[in-house]
Design a protein around this ligand. Sequence first.
Ligand code: TRP
Length: 458
Amino acid sequence: MNTRVLTGITTSGTPHLGNYVGAIRPAIAASREANVDAFFFLADYHALIKCEDADLIARSRLEIAATWLACGLDPARVTFYCQSDVPEIPELSWMLTCVTAKGLMNRAHAYKASVDQNAAKGVDEDDGITMGLFSYPILMAADILMFNAHKVPVGRDQTQHLEMARDIAQRFNHLFGKGKDFFVLPEAVISEDVATLPGLDGRKMSKSYNNTVPLFEGGSKALKSAVARIVTDSRGPGEPKDAEASHLYLIYKAFAQQAETSAFRQELEAGLGWGDAKQRLCERVEQELGPMRASYQDLMSNPARIEDILQEGARKARAIATPFIKELRQAVGLRTLGGAGAASAAKATGKPGKGGKSARFVSFRDEAGQFRFRFLAAEGTELFCSVAFADPKLAGAAMRTFQLADVNSCISLKGDLGFSIVLNDQVLAAVIDTESSPRRDQHLALLRAAHASLAEAA
Ligand code: TRP
C-alpha cells in the first residue's frame, strides 16, 4: 500500500516564509516521492476558530490555495481540497468528540496557554475560550483519520496534536472495531533541518507574533522591507558576527545549499555588515521564490480556476470519505431503520428499501459451463466475481460461508492496487486490480458495507 501523507494549512492569514519552509515545501517534496498518496487541504474550519473576520477568511482561502499551486503542487497527483467541502470531516469530528476524554483536551498546550494567559491577566480562566478552541485537536484528528493518513508533515508545535489523534484513533478502534482497526495511527513528520523558522524578532515566525516575512504577497518589495526589519545585534561592519545566534543566518540556511550556507557563515564571521547580509538573504530567497511568485500572481487573477481545482479535489476526497463514513456510521450504530425512509437510504447502505434492491449475490454459469457468482452492492456495483465451481451446490455453500465470515479476514491485499477474497485458505475471488490505492480503499469500504448489510438483513 502507498504511504498516505496528509497535511492542512489553516486559512486565517497570508502565507509567510515560515509556512513555506516548515510545511509547504517539505509537503510538496514528499508528494512527489514514489509510493506516496498525498492529501493537502485548506483547514478553513480550523480558521474559524481563530478568526471571526469573514473577509479575511475568504481572502486567505484564496491566497493559500494559490500559494500551494504556485509552489508546485500538482493537483492531478495530489488530492487537494478544502476541508469545508468535505462534510464527512465534521461528521467524523463529532463521532470522535463523543469518545474523547475531556481530560485529554484539558492537557492541550494551546488551550492551556490561553488559560494561563487568563490567569496572568486575573480574569476568569475560560475568558474568551470557545468550544472550537477547546476541541481543536479533535477536528484535526478527524482531518487525519478520515483519510487514514500514515504521515503528517507538521511543525514541531503540532506534535501533541498528532499524539492526541493517535489516542483518539485507538480509543475509537477499541470501542467499535471489534478486532478490526478502522483507523491507522498517524505519525508526525517533522523536518529535522528546518523545524521552525525564526521571525523578524527571533521568536518562531508566526502570524500571531506579527513577525513574519510574506511569501508572495506584496512582491519582492514586501520581502525586502520585511528582511530590513529583521533584528540583528549592534555589531558593525568589519566586526565578526555570531552566525548561529543570528535569525538572518537561520533563514538563509533554510533556503541555501550547504556549501552556500557555510560560505555565508564564514563571511559573517569575517565581519560582513548586516546590511550586506540582508541583501544576500533577499537575493537567495528571491532566487527560489521569484518564478513561483509569477505563477502565484497569475493564479490570483484567476480565482475561478482555483475553485475548479478545489472542487475536483473535494470530489476525489469524498470518493474515499463517503464510503468510509458509511462504514463508521454502521459501526457506531447509526444504521438505516426498516420501513419509511429506508428506500432512499438503501442506495447508500446496501439495505433493502421499499422496492429497492439490496446488496446481493447473482449466480451464473460461465462460458465453460462452470458455476460462479457475483457479489453486487445495492446500486449494482460488482464487488467481486467468484472463482468457478464445478457444482452449483459448492458455489452456494461458498456464498453462505462468505456471508457468515468476518469480511475483513477474507480480504487479502495484493500489491498497491489489488485484492483477492480468501475464505478458509481457499481463494474465492482471484486478484482484482483497482485504478489506484484510494480507489481500492473505496471499493473495499463498499464491500464491507454491503457485507454488513447482508448480516443486518438476515
Ligand atoms: N493545526 C495545524 C496547524 O496549525 C493545521 C491543521 C489542521 C493540520 N488540520 C490538520 C495539519 C491536519 C496537519 C493535519 O498547523
